[in-house]
Design a protein around this ligand. Structure first.
Ligand SMILES: Nc1ncnc2c1ncn2[C@@H]1O[C@H](COP(=O)(O)OP(=O)(O)OP(=O)(O)O)[C@@H](O)[C@H]1O
Length: 795
C-alpha cells in the first residue's frame, strides 16, 4: 500500500492524495475479485456452480411456463478448457432481454418477488458468464427461441466489467430443432475434480424434481434421468411482504413508493394479512410508541385536601357566579363518576361542560377560560399521584414487600412524574420503564430494599395498563418516511402486533408422495418414508420443511448415512458441515429409531439416505453462493419434526423386519430338526414318513399352502394357522390347459397357464382351490399377501 506517512507534517494534504485514488467500483469488478462469494472459487467448483445456475434457471423457467422440463447438460473437454452446454425446453428469452440476462450482473426477474423460486438474486447465470470469460477469454454463446417463433436468436457476448453492461460480438438468427427453449454454451478453465458433486447435483435434482427429464453427458459418462411423474409442481402465487418480515430500510423505501397518505392505508395496501382491524391495531401501537400514553390519575374525592371544584371556580374569571357554578358542577359531575382521568380526557370533559354551560346560561366560555380551567383542575388532580402510585405499586408487588419499601418506591415514581418535562404526564413505555428502574435503584441504595426484574416489570405494566392512548392522529406516511426514528417506531409497532401468518400458496412443496416417488426412482432401497410439515413462518417469510428416508436394499451398509439437502428444490452439494440440516440430523438420537449411532450422537451409520427439503420465499442461506441453510431455530425445529415423522415409520419397519428375521431363524431351525425327527420316528415305528410341512406351519402359526394331485384333480389347500385373517393371491403356473376352474381365473401366456385365486382365509380356517388338468402337467405356485417368514409352501 502506498504510504503517505512521509508527507504527514510535511504540509502535503493526505486526504487529497487519497482522493485521487478513490473511485466507484463496478459490481462486475467486485465479483471479478470475489468469485468465491458466488461459488466460483476454483475450476472444479466453478463447473459445478455454472451447471447449477443454468439448470436451476431452466427448471424455474419451465415451471413458470407450465412446461415439463427436458434439460440437456453436456460437459466436454475443449483443448485446454472445458465446454459446458445447457439446453432447456423453456419459454425462451426475448431478443431484447438476452444480453441483459447473460451480460449484466444483478439483472433478474425474481429478486423482488415473494414467491418460491430457485433463483433469487439475478446474479447466477451472469456470474457464470463472467467466470467463463475471465478464465477462457471466450464469449458466452446463447441461443434462445420463444414459443411460436420459427427462428432462434443467437448471441455471442461478454460482460464489460467496468460498466456491468453486455458487450455483444455476434447477434444473429439461426435455426434450432427445439420449438422453444434456451441453449447456453460457455467455455471455462475447469477440471473434473468435483465430478462427485456434479453427479450428486444432477442426481439429487432428479430426486426432488420428479417431473423433470435430465440428460447428462460428461467426458466419461452419459446418464439419463427420466421423469417419474407428469405432474408439475403446484403453481405458486406471489405474495406481498408480511409486516413481521421487513427491515427498516425496506420499510422506508416502501413508505417512499406508496400512493397511500395514511399509515393505515399504507399497511393495508402494501402488506399481506393486513385488513382494517389489524391496521387499527398497528396504528394504535404506533401512536403509543410515537407519542407515548397519558397517565390517568384518580380524581381526588371532594373531601380530600385537593379541591378540584374550588380550583376550577377560581380559574374562571368574570363569567358570573351562576354560570361559573353550573360549569364547575358539570365538570365535577363527570369527574366524580370517573375512576381515573388523563389530561386529554380532562380537556374533553372541560370542553363539553363549557359548551353545555354556554348553551344553558348564554355565557361564552372562550379558549382561554377553558385552558385555565383545565390547568387548574389538572393541577388539583395530580396532587393524588402519591396515593395512586402507592396503590399501583402495592397491587403489582407481592405481599412480602413491606409497606415502607412499597411506599418508598411509589414516592420515587411519583417524583419522576412530577419532574417530567411533559405536564400532561405523557410517557412512552420505555420512559416509564426508566422511571421505575431509577426509582428501584434509588430505593435499593437509600433504603436497602431491592425490587427484582419481575417486580419492576409488573410495576411498569401496572402503570402502562392504566395509561390512556392519546387522541393525536398517527404521523402520516410522508412524516414517517421523513424521520428515521418515526419509521422505526412504526416498524416496532408492526412487529409487536399479532398478525396472521402469511399465506402459503407462494410455496410449492414437493409433497410427501412425490418425495417418496423421487427417492424410489433413484435409490434401490427396501423401505421409503416421507413427511411434509405444515407451513411455518420465519421473519415474515413462510416456509415448509419436508423429509424423506430410504433404507436398505442396495444402499451401502457400511459408513455414514447419506444426507441429501435441498432448498427450494435445489440440491446443496457444498458446505455440508455448515448447514442447519446436518446439525439437526446429528443432534437426533437415532438409536431410538433403530439406527446405529456411535456414541449416541452425531451422524448415524447404515444403509440409509435422508432427504431434507426447505421451501421458502426467502431461504436463509449462510452466504451468497447458497450452499448451506443458516441455523435459524424455527427452521431447525421443523427440520427435526419432519425427520422424526419419517423416522417413526422407519422404526416401525425395522422393528417388524427384526421380528420377522427372528421368526425366520426360528423357523429355519425347526425346519431343519423336524424332518430329522420324522425320519427317526418312521425308522423306529416302521411306519411311512410323516409330512412335516403341516406341523411346521402349526408350530410357527403360519399360513400353509399344500398341493395334492389325484386323478387329474389339482388341489391347493390353504390353511391359516395364524390368529389373523389372511388375504392371499395364489397363482399356479401350469404347463397344460387347466380348463375352467371353479373360482380361479386363467390366463394363457406362451404355452403356460396362470391360474389365479384371491381367497380370504379366516384365522384357523381352510380354503380349497381346485382345477383339473392332464397327467403330465408340471406346476409352480406363487403366493403373495403373507410375509415369507409367515408362509409355508408345500407344493
Ligand atoms: N433458461 C432460461 N429461460 C428463461 N429465462 C431465463 C433463463 N435463464 C435465466 N432466465 C431469466 O434471467 C434472469 C436472471 O437469471 P440469473 O441466473 O442471473 O438470476 P436468478 O435466477 O433470478 O437469481 P440467482 O442469482 O439467485 O440465480 C432470471 O430471473 C430469469 O428471468
Amino acid at each position: 500500500m502506498t504510504s503517505y506517512q512521509s508527507e504527514l507534517g510535511g504540509g502535503g494534504n493526505v486526504a487529497e492524495e487519497l482522493a485521487k485514488g478513490q473511485r466507484a467500483i463496478s459490481i462486475a469488478e467486485f465479483f471479478e475479485k470475489n468469485k468465491h462469494m458466488l461459488g466460483f472459487d476454483s475450476g472444479a467448483r466453478g463447473l459445478v456452480t455454472a451447471v447449477k445456475e443454468a439448470v436451476d434457471n431452466a427448471l424455474d423457467a419451465t415451471e413458470e411456463a407450465g412446461i415439463l422440463p427436458d434439460i440437456y447438460v453436456e460437459i466436454a473437454e475443449a483443448g485446454d478448457y472445458y465446454r459446458l452446454v445447457i439446453e432447456d425446453n423453456g419459454p425462451g428469452i426475448t431478443k431484447e432481454q438476452i444480453p441483459k440476462v447473460f451480460g449484466k450482473l444483478l439483472y433478474g426477474s425474481r429478486f423482488h418477488a415473494r414467491e418460491q423460486s430457485r433463483g433469487q438474486q439475478g446474479i447466477g447465470i451472469s456470474a457464470a458468464v463472467l467466470y467463463s470469460q475471465l478464465t477462457s477469454g471466450k464469449p458466452a454463446k446463447i441461443t434462445s427461441k420463444t414459443q411460436g417463433s420459427s427462428q432462434a436468436e443467437y448471441f455471442e457476448l461478454i460482460i464489460d466489467t467496468d460498466s456491468n453492461e453486455p458487450e455483444i460480438s455476434v447477434e444473429d438468427t439461426t435455426t434450432w430443432e427445439r420449438t422453444h427453449g434456451t441453449r447456453i454454451e460457455l467455455e471455462m478453465e475447469a477440471n473434473m475434480r468435483a465430478r462427485q458433486q456434479l453427479h450428486d447435483y444432477i442426481k439429487h435434482t432428479a430426486v426432488v424434481n420428479p417431473h423433470a427429464r435430465i440428460e447428462f453427458r460428461e467426458p466419461s459418462e452419459h446418464l439419463k434421468y427420466e421423469r417419474a411423474t407428469d405432474q408439475l409442481p403446484a403453481e405458486t402465487t406471489e405474495i406481498r411482504p408480511h409486516p413481521h418480515g421487513v427491515e427498516l430500510g425496506t420499510l422506508i423505501k416502501m413508505l417512499g413508493a406508496t400512493d397511500s397518505y395514511s399509515v393505515s392505508g399504507f399497511l393495508q395496501t402494501e402488506f399481506t394479512r393486513v385488513g382494517q382491524k389489524t391496521a387499527d391495531s398497528v396504528v394504535e401501537h404506533f401512536r403509543d410508541r410515537h407519542y407515548g400514553r397519558e397517565m390517568a390519575w384518580s380524581p381526588p374525592a371532594s373531601q380530600d385536601e385537593a379541591d378540584v371544584a374550588a380550583a376550577i371556580t377560581d380559574a374562571v374569571n368574570g363569567k358570573g357566579a351562576e354560570a361559573t357554578e353550573a360549569f364547575t358542577d358539570a365538570v365535577m359531575k363527570v369527574l366524580d363518576a370517573r375512576e381515573r382521568i388523563s389530561h386529554h380526557e380532562l380537556v374533553t370533559v372541560v370542553g363539553n361542560a363549557a359548551d353545555a354551560t354556554e348553551d344553558e346560561q348564554g355565557v361564552t366560555f372562550g379558549e382561554t377560560v377553558r385552558e385555565n380551567a383545565v390547568e387548574a383542575a389538572w393541577g388539583a388532580i395530580v396532587t393524588s399521584r402519591a396515593a395512586d402510585c402507592y396503590r399501583l405499586v402495592d397491587d403489582a408487588t407481592t405481599s412480602k414487600k413491606d409497606d415502607a419499601a412499597v411506599e418508598a418506591l411509589a414516592r420515587r415514581i411519583e417524583t419522576a412524574f412530577a419532574n417530567s418535562e411533559d405536564p400532561r404526564d405523557r410517557v412512552t413505555y420505555d420512559t416509564l420503564s426508566q422511571f421505575v428502574d431509577r426509582a428501584a435503584e434509588r430505593t435499593k441504595e437509600r433504603d436497602e430494599v431491592s425490587f427484582g426484574e419481575t417486580a419492576r416489570e409488573n410495576v411498569v405494566d401496572a402503570f402502562w395498563s392504566v395509561c390512556r392512548t392519546v387522541p393525536d392522529d398517527a404521523p402520516s406516511v410522508s412524516e414517517t418516511e421523513g424521520d428515521r426514528d418515526t419509521a422505526s417506531e412504526l416498524l416496532e409497532a408492526m412487529r409487536e402486533t399479532d398478525i396472521l401468518s402469511p399465506p402459503t400458496d407462494c410455496l410449492a412443496p414437493i409433497t410427501d408422495d412425490l418425495v417418496r416417488a423421487g427417492l424410489e426412482k433413484e435409490y434401490d432401497a427396501d423401505f421409503f418414508a416421507a413427511a411434509t410439515r405444515d407451513a411455518e413462518v420465519h421473519g415474515g417469510d413462510p416456509f415448509i420443511v419436508e423429509a424423506g428416508i430410504a433404507y436398505g436394499g442396495d444402499l451401502p451398509a457400511e459408513g455414514q448415512v447419506d444426507v441429501l439437502r435441498f432448498a427450494n428444490r435445489v440440491p446443496l452439494v457444498y458446505q455440508r458441515g455448515a448447514c442447519a440440516s446436518t446439525d439437526v440430523v446429528k443432534r437426533i438420537n437415532w438409536r431410538n429409531y433403530g439406527l446405529d449411532q456411535p456414541g449416541g450422537s452425531g451422524m448415524p451409520n447404515g444403509p440409509a439416505v435422508f432427504m431434507i427439503h426447505v421451501a421458502s420465499t426467502n431461504v436463509p442461506f449462510t452466504s451468497e453462493s447458497k450452499d448451506a441453510i443458516a441455523n435459524v431455530p424455527g427452521i431447525e425445529d421443523e427440520i427435526e419434526l419432519a425427520l422424526r415423522e419419517a423416522a417413526r415409520e422407519l422404526k416401525r419397519y425395522l422393528n417388524k423386519r427384526r421380528s420377522m428375521e427372528k421368526r425366520q431363524r426360528k423357523q429355519d431351525v425347526i425346519a431343519d430338526i423336524l424332518p430329522r425327527m420324522a425320519d427317526k420316528l418312521s425308522e423306529v415305528t416302521e411306519r411311512d414318513q410323516l409330512q412335516v410341512g403341516d406341523s411346521l406351519a402349526r408350530i410357527m402359526n403360519n399360513v400353509l399352502v399344500e398341493r395334492s394331485v389325484e386323478d387329474g384333480t389339482v388341489r391347493l389347500v390353504v390353511r391359516n394357522f395364524s390368529d389373523t385373517n389372511a388375504s392371499l393371491d395364489v397363482t399356479d403356473i401350469v404347463t397344460a390347459d387347466p380348463g375352467e376352474p371353479n373360482d380361479g381365473q386363467v390366463v394363457e401366456m406362451d404355452g403356460e397357464w396362470f391360474v389365479k385365486w384371491s381367497p380370504t382365509v379366516s384365522a384357523g380356517d381352510t380354503a380349497v382351490l381346485e382345477y383339473r388338468v392332464g397327467d403330465d402337467a408340471t406346476f409352480d405356485v406363487s403366493v403373495e399377501g403373507v410375509e415369507d417368514a409367515k408362509l409355508t409352501v408345500n407344493a
